[in-house]
Design a protein around this ligand. Structure first.
Ligand SMILES: Nc1nc2c(c(=O)[nH]1)N[C@H]1C(S)=C(S)[C@@H](COP(=O)(O)OP(=O)(O)OC[C@H]3O[C@@H](n4cnc5c(=O)[nH]c(N)nc54)[C@H](O)[C@@H]3O)O[C@H]1N2
Ligand SMILES: Nc1nc2c(c(=O)[nH]1)N[C@H]1C(S)=C(S)[C@@H](COP(=O)(O)OP(=O)(O)OC[C@H]3O[C@@H](n4cnc5c(=O)[nH]c(N)nc54)[C@H](O)[C@@H]3O)O[C@H]1N2
Ligand SMILES: [Mo]
Length: 771
C-alpha cells in the first residue's frame, strides 16, 4: 500500500501523499525516517485554503495606468484576475521595456529564498535561467544564513563551504570526543530541515550517541532550549553578541596558563604573533582576560577560566552557531572560534577542533558522502552587477551610491523592475517598514508564489505556481544521502502552473523558448539532471541506480563513508601537500589581505568590537531581541498551515521573556504584549520562563507580516524591529540578532490579526479567461 503512495520531498523531510478523489488528504512520514518532522504536514490544509493563489493577478492601478502607477498603493489595493494570455503579454512587454530603455542591470532578480526542494523545480534557478536568456539581471551574492562567514572565512581558511560541508560528524565526536562547547547551542529545532531535502533526521540520534559515549556538552546561549534537555548540558547564559569576548577570555587563560599548543600555531597557522599583543593587551592596554570577558558577557570570570582549563584537558569540539554571523560584526565569531580551536591544537583530530553550527541544519553533524547533484544550468548572465544579499533596501534607496564590500568599491544600480520567485523578502529582510518604503521605488514588481505572502500582496503582477505535491521532481541534495524520485500527487488548483511552465510561456512570447528549454520537456530535464549526476566522476563510487530503477524503487540511499569525516584532517596530516587556499597556505589568525582593506569594522585579526545594539549599551531600549528560527515551520513557509498555527496563541506569535522582566512590566503569561523600538512595533502573546536570560526576549521569525495603518504588525513578525545594517564593510551580511527593544502590556481593544486572508480580488466581466 505504502509503496503506491506518491513520494514527495521537502526541505523538512520526505513524505508519502494520501490521495483521495484527486486531492491530497494527508501525508505519511517516510518509513525510513526514525525522527520525522511534523512541519511537512502543515501543507495539507494550505493547499486549497483561501490563502492559495489560483490565477494570475495584476494590481488594479498598475493594470489601468501601466508601470510605475501608484506604487505607494502596493499592498493596499485590489488585484484584478487576468488570463494567462494577458499576463504573459504584460510581463513580456514590461520586461522588454525595462531592458530596452534602462538596460538589464535595472532588473533585480537576486530572488533570494529557500523556495522548495527538488532539483528541477527550484524557482530561483528557473527565474535566473529565464532572465539570462532575456538579457540578464542584477543578482545578489551570498545568503542570509551566514553572509559574513561566506565573505570572511575564505580569507582565514581558503574556503568556507568546503569546511562547513566536511564538518566533523557526530560519529567522530562519539568515538573520540569528550567535550562539546557550543556557542549558540545546538538547536535541534533547526536540524529538522536541510536545504534541498532531508531523507532521514539524524541530529537527535547523533547527539544522543555522543552523550551516551560520555561526551559532555556546554550550552553558551541566552536560551536554555538551544540544547536538548537530554544532553544534561551546562548552561552558560551569556549576554547575546558577546561570544567573541568570551572566546578571547578563554584564549587569554589558555595562553597565560601555558595551556595552548604553540607547535600547532607554528606549523599550521600564520600571524599568531600579530594577534597575541592584542590578546594580552599590549596594543590597547586592555588584556582580554577572563575578568574583562566577564564584564562584557555577564558570565563569572571563574567560570570562563574553569572552562578554558577543561577545554585544554579534553578532546574538545567548539561549535559556533550560524546565528552568531547574523549579528553586528558577524565576521568575528567564526574567526575567533577557529583561532581558539587552533590554540587548543585539536583542529583536524577526530572529535575535536571547530564546527560551523551543529544542527543548524540536519546535515551539519551527519555522516554522508557529498552528492555532486547537477542543477539546471543558468548560463552566463550578461550583466555583471550584484549586491551583497542583505543590502536590498540600501540599493533601492540609493541608486548610484558607492559602497564597500570585501575589498571592493561597488555601485548600486538603479532598479526599475524586481522579480522574485521562491523567496519572501517581507519575511527575511530586516526593518520591514524601511523596506516597505523603498519597495515603492521600482516601476514594477513581479512575484511567483503559490500563496498570498506579504511579498505577493505587495507585487504588481502575481504569477501563481505549484507546490512540490503538484509536480514530478528529483530530490538530490549535496549533503543528504537520499535520492528521491518525487511524484506528482495532485493537480495545481485553478490556473496555477509550475514555475518552469510560467517562464516557458513568457519565453515563447519573447522569442527564446528553445533557448530556455534547450528543447527538452520537463520529463527529459529530470532524466538529464539525474544522468548528468551519475556520470560525474565524483559520483562514481556512490553506486547510484539507473534512472528506471530509481523510478521503480522511489528512493535510494548512498552508503556512508567508511571512516568518519574529520574536518581538515588532510591538512593536519600534511599541511604542505594539503595547504589551505589562503595566501600563506595556513590558517590566517592574522590576515594581511583583510588588514590591507583598512576597515575599522573588520581589522586584520579577530577582535571584539562592541555591537551598536546590545545589553552593554542600553540607552532607550533595554531588552535584547532574539528573533531565531521557528520550530514549527521553515521561515515563513506553511505559516498558514495547521502545524504552525497550532504553535500560535489566539492567532498570534508567542514571545518568551524572563520572569524578572515580565514582573517589572506587569506582564503575565498569556498577556497580549506590544514589542517596539524606533523602527517599528508588533504584537505577541507573552510566555514567561526562566529558561531565558534576564534582559533577553525571544520571538521566532516566520509570522506573515500583517501591519495596521501605523505599520504595527498585529501577527508578530519580529523583522519590524530588527536593524537593517551590514555586519561590516567586509561581509555586509544581515544583523538581525543585534536588536534592542522594549515591551509593554497591550491595553485597549486587541486588533484582529488576519495575515492569511487573501487581498481583495476583482473579476473582470469582459475577461476571456483562457487556461
Ligand atoms: N529576524 C530575522 N530574520 C531572518 C533570520 C533571522 O534569524 N532573524 N534568518 C534569515 C535566514 S537565515 C534566511 S535563510 C531567510 C529565509 O528567508 P526566505 O528563504 O525568503 O523565506 P521562506 O519563507 O523560506 O521563503 C520562500 C518562499 O518561496 C515560496 N515557494 C515555495 N515553493 C515555491 C515554488 O515552487 N515556487 C515559487 N515561485 N515559490 C515557492 C514560499 O511560499 C515562500 O514565500 O530569512 C532570514 N531572516
Ligand atoms: N525549524 C526550522 N529549522 C531551520 C530554519 C527554520 O526556519 N525552521 N531555518 C534554517 C536556516 S535557513 C538556517 S540559516 C539555520 C539557522 O540556524 P541558526 O543560525 O542556528 O538559527 P537561530 O535559530 O537563529 O539561532 C540559534 C540560536 O542561537 C542563539 N543566539 C542568537 N544570537 C546569539 C548570540 O549572540 N550568542 C549566542 N551564544 N547565542 C545566540 C539563539 O538563542 C538561537 O536560538 O536554521 C535552519 N533550520
Ligand atoms: Mo538561512
Amino acid at each position: 500500500m505504502t509503496r503506491n503512495m506518491p513520494l514527495t520531498a521537502t526541505h523538512w523531510g520526505v513524505y508519502r501523499a494520501k490521495v483521495q478523489n484527486g486531492r491530497v488528504t494527508g501525508l505519511q512520514d517516510f518509513e525510513q525516517d526514525t525522527d520525522p518532522s511534523q512541519i511537512g504536514h502543515g501543507i495539507v490544509d494550505a493547499l486549497n485554503a483561501p490563502s492559495r493563489i489560483t490565477a494570475p493577478m495584476v494590481r488594479e492601478s498598475w493594470l489601468s495606468g501601466g508601470p510605475g502607477t501608484r506604487t505607494d498603493r502596493r499592498g493596499h489595493e485590489a488585484f484584478v484576475q487576468v488570463s494567462w494570455d494577458e499576463v504573459t503579454r504584460l510581463v513580456a512587454d514590461e520586461l522588454a521595456r525595462v531592458r530596452d530603455t534602462h538596460g538589464s542591470q535595472a532588473i533585480y532578480a537576486g530572488s533570494y529564498g529557500w523556495a522548495s526542494a527538488g532539483r528541477f523545480h527550484h524557482a530561483p534557478s528557473q527565474l535566473k535561467r529565464f532572465l539570462t536568456c532575456a538579457g540578464g539581471f542584477t543578482r545578489s551574492l551570498y545568503t542570509y544564513s551566514f553572509a559574513a562567514a561566506e565573505a570572511m572565512i575564505p580569507h582565514v581558511l581558503g574556503s568556507y563551504r568546503e569546511f562547513m560541508n566536511t564538518t566533523t560528524g557526530w560519529r567522530s565526536v562519539a568515538q573520540d570526543g569528550e567535550l562539546v562547547v557550543a556557542f549558540g547551542g545546538i538547536p535541534v529545532k533547526n536540524g529538522q530541515i536541510d536545504s534541498g531535502g532531508v531523507g532521514v533526521h539524524i541530529q537527535t540520534d547523533g547527539m544522543s550517541a555522543a552523550r551516551e559515549a560520555g561526551v559532555r556538552f556546554v550550552n553558551i546561549s541566552p536560551l536554555a532550549s538551544d540544547m536538548p534537555g537530554t544532553m544534561d548540558a551546562e548552561w552558560l547564559a551569556a549576554r547575546p553578541n558577546t561570544d567573541v569576548a568570551i572566546m578571547l577570555g578563554l584564549a587569554h587563560t589558555l595562553y597565560c596558563e601555558s595551556l595552548h599548543d604553540p607547535d600547532f600555531m607554528d606549523r599550521y597557522c600564520t600571524g599568531f604573533d600579530r594577534f597575541l599583543p592584542y590578546l594580552i593587551g599590549e596594543t590597547d592596554r586592555v588584556p582580554k582576560d577572563a575578568d574583562w570577558a566577564a564584564g562584557i558577557s555577564g558570565l563569572p570570570a571563574e567560570q570562563i577560566r574553569a572552562l578554558a582549563r577543561r577545554m585544554a584537558k579534553h578532546r574538545t569540539m567548539i561549535s559556533v552557531s550560524w546565528s552568531l554571523t547574523r549579528a553586528d560584526h558577524g565576521e568575528q565569531p567564526f574567526w575567533m572560534g577557529i583561532t581558539l580551536a587552533a590554540m587548543l591544537g585539536q583542529i583536524g583530530l577526530p572529535g575535536g577542533g571547530v564546527t560551523f553550527g551543529y544542527s543548524a541544519s540536519n546535515s551539519i553533524g551527519g555522516d554522508y558522502r557529498q552528492m555532486p547533484g547537477a542543477s539546471v544550468p543558468q548560463g552566463q548572465n550578461p550583466v555583471n552587477r550584484y549586491i551583497p544579499v542583505a543590502r536590498i533596501t540600501d540599493m533601492l534607496e540609493n541608486p548610484g551610491k558607492r559602497f564597500d564590500f570585501n575589498g571592493q568599491r561597488l555601485r548600486y544600480p538603479d532598479i526599475r523592475l524586481i522579480w522574485w520567485a521562491g523567496g519572501n523578502p517581507y519575511h527575511h529582510h530586516q526593518d520591514l517598514n524601511r523596506l516597505n518604503r523603498a519597495w515603492a521605488k521600482p516601476d514594477t514588481v513581479i512575484v511567483n508564489d503559490w500563496c498570498w505572502t506579504a511579498t505577493a500582496r505587495r507585487a504588481d503582477i502575481v504569477l501563481p505556481c505549484s507546490t512540490h505535491l503538484e509536480r514530478d521532481d528529483l530530490m538530490m541534495s549535496l549533503r543528504d544521502p537520499y535520492v528521491v524520485a518525487m511524484k506528482q500527487a495532485t493537480l495545481p488548483p485553478g490556473e496555477a502552473m509550475n514555475d518552469h511552465q510560467i517562464f516557458r510561456r513568457i519565453a515563447a512570447r519573447m522569442g527564446f523558448e528553445a533557448d530556455f528549454t534547450s528543447g527538452m520537456s520537463e520529463a527529459e530535464w529530470l532524466r538529464w539532471l539525474y544522468d548528468k549526476t551519475r556520470q560525474t566522476p565524483a559520483a562514481q563510487d556512490l553506486d547510484l541506480p539507473d534512472w528506471q530503477t530509481l523510478q521503480d524503487q522511489g528512493w535510494f540511499r548512498t552508503a556512508p563513508p567508511k571512516d568518519a569525516t574529520v574536518m581538515m584532517q588532510p591538512f593536519r596530516d600534511d599541511p604542505d601537500t594539503h595547504a589551505l587556499a589562503t595566501p600563506s597556505g595556513r590558517i590566517e589568525v592574522f590576515c594581511k589581505t583583510v588588514a590591507d582593506f583598512g576597515y575599522a569594522d573588520c581589522p586584520g585579526h579577530p577582535t571584539w568590537i562592541e555591537p551598536r545594539e546590545w545589553l552593554g549599551n542600553v540607552t532607550t531600549w533595554p531588552l535584547h531581541l532574539m528573533s531565531n528560527q521557528p520550530s514549527k515551520k521553515l521561515h515563513s513557509q506553511l505559516d498558514q498551515g495547521a502545524i504552525s498555527r497550532g504553535g500560535k496563541i489566539d492567532g498570534r506569535e508567542p514571545v518568551l521573556l524572563n520572569p524578572t522582566d515580565a514582573a517589572a512590566r506587569g506582564i503575565g503569561a498569556g498577556d497580549l504584549v506590544r514589542l517596539f523600538n524606533d523602527r517599528g512595533a508588533c504584537l505577541g502573546v507573552a510566555q514567561v520562563s526562566d529558561t531565558i536570560r534576564p534582559g533577553v526576549v525571544q520571538m521566532s521569525t516566520g509570522a506573515w507580516w500583517d501591519p495596521d495603518e501605523t505599520g504595527m504588525c498585529r501577527h508578530g513578525n519580529p523583522n519590524v524591529l530588527t536593524r537593517d545594517q551590514g555586519t561590516s564593510k567586509l561581509g555586509q551580511g544581515p544583523t538581525a540578532h543585534s536588536c534592542l527593544i522594549e515591551i509593554e502590556k497591550f491595553t485597549g481593544t486587541p486588533p484582529p490579526a488576519r495575515p492569511f486572508e487573501p487581498p481583495e480580488i476583482r473579476q473582470r466581466v469582459s475577461d476571456q479567461s483562457s487556461a
